[in-house]
Ligand binder design. Structure first.
Ligand SMILES: [Zn+2]
Length: 131
């Protein structure tokens, strides 16, 4: 199970890795022990799923609930974190997933955000997996 973004970069192209590492730094500044459940590409853009609320722990493990003050602080952190995530997801629609150059979502057998060069190299139909 992934812990933080750098542990789960394999699911998306290297063109988005700098964007993801920047998001990781921003999230760590907000919630040093933040956790992700998944980092992936969907419909051409990035998706980052964060662990939020009481699932952030240690509350579930210990059976102790946070104080009201702590709950408010955590809810605020979760809101800020999802803003950061949404901003990065939006930016991914302008960055080639393959190489990191400026790109845009391209239609095809499936939608991918790519620059002109990488889009030009794309096969017209998905290649059959090699056996
Ligand atoms: Zn490219």
């Amino acid at each position: 199970m992934p812990e933080q973004i750098p542990d789960d970069l394999g699911g998306v192209g290297r063109g988005w890795h700098p964007l993801l590492l920047e998001l990781h730094e921003d999230l760590r500044a907000l919630i040093p022990d933040y956790r992700v459940t998944q980092v992936k590409e969907k419909y051409g853009t990035l998706r980052v799923y964060l662990v939020s609320g009481l699932l952030r722990g240690p509350y579930l493990e210990t059976g102790t609930l946070p104080s009201e003050e702590e709950s408010k602080r955590m809810a605020w952190q979760d809101r800020q974190a999802s803003r950061l995530v949404h901003a990065a997801e939006e930016r991914s629609g302008t960055i080639c997933e393959a190489c990191g150059a400026p790109g845009e979502p391209r239609k095809g057998a499936w939608i991918k955000t790519l620059c002109d060069t990488c889009h030009g190299q794309r096969p017209r139909r998905p290649a059959r997996p090699a056996r």
